[in-house]
Design a protein around this ligand. Sequence first.
Ligand SMILES: C[S@@+](CC[C@H](N)C(=O)[O-])C[C@H]1O[C@@H](n2cnc3c(N)ncnc32)[C@H](O)[C@@H]1O
Length: 359
Amino acid sequence: MKDRPGRIRFNFNDSNQISFHEESCSMSDSSADLDRMITGYWISQAIYAAAKFGIADHLQEGPQSVDTLAAVTSTNPGALYRLLRALASVGIFAENGEGQFELTPLAEPLRSDVPGSKRALALMSGDEQFKAWAEIEYSIRTGEIAFDKVFGKPIFDYLGEHPEKARIFDAAMVGIHGRESDAIAKAYDFSGINVVADIGGGNGSQMIGLLQQESSLKGIVFDLPHVVERAKENVEYAGLTDRCALVGGNFFEAVPGGADLYMMRHIIHDWHEDKALAILRNCHAAMPEGGKLLVVESVIPPGNEPFGGKFLDLVMLLIPGGKERTEEEYRTLFAQANFELTRVIPTDTEVSIVEAVKR
Ligand SMILES: C[S@@+](CC[C@H](N)C(=O)[O-])C[C@H]1O[C@@H](n2cnc3c(N)ncnc32)[C@H](O)[C@@H]1O
């Protein structure tokens, strides 16, 4: 007789990826776990509401009554109490014995001002991304991009037209991928490199980390002009203006030359084959002979094993219209742009560094 499958537990690991593990269990446990998966958005949308109203920020000086919180957030006290009570039941905020709510370790990262803040991630996920997920049926049926259906335009055009949303997107990238910066710097030997170009470098946080670690390194952060404007503030704040050039442009037209190593973190996964190839070919044109390219992505492993990138792949399908790829898919893609995949280097997080050399 076939063994009954065990209970699949899921939670978020240190790299913000969903991790799953299996425990032996009864059928009723499995059924309860499935219920939690089916209704998972109850929790994520409750977190979104708390993030939207800045509840964690309002608690940073200490516990507050619901009436006070409702007054400063212009919300309904009864409804706000029910929100906070529900969140407290999963460890986000806690009600103390005096009718007040306070921060908990799980609520702390929802503050705006803490390193590695998750507030922007909660705002981005709960707003536009949630609306796109509501159209998953459309994407699965047609293979088309749910975000474009809901918002009438591709996400990066939308962000270009909504500066406040673009700021949230940049900060959310740090919230979800921030830990990867150190992991990449640790996993790859950047010694001997003079200039690194981060193509689609976003708000510059990856480059700032690299330049802080390697004092002889210089950098180029390339992204859309409005994004580079914001990255500039961060590079200035980090005191790295003299070692980091900021270049605005469109990677479908050209990328800047002058670096001996090119990297792209979570760029290629945003795009389908044709567009991914256009970016790779523009990098190829800008790179010196034998130059190295690092593509940092969640490389999908074979088999049924739990791997957060398999869900990130759905985000790519629904929002920008890209995909997560296997090592073999990267090898084929690179070859079409005249790169040879040389190594896939794991990091302490779920992302790997896919190294290629210009042929
Ligand atoms: C998923 S984010 C990754 C950001 C950053 N590399 C990271 O890992 O946090 C994708 C980035 O690609 C940039 N981007 C999108 N379209 C672009 C284009 N046509 N030219 C240059 N950059 C673009 C976006 O502005 C954004 O910063």
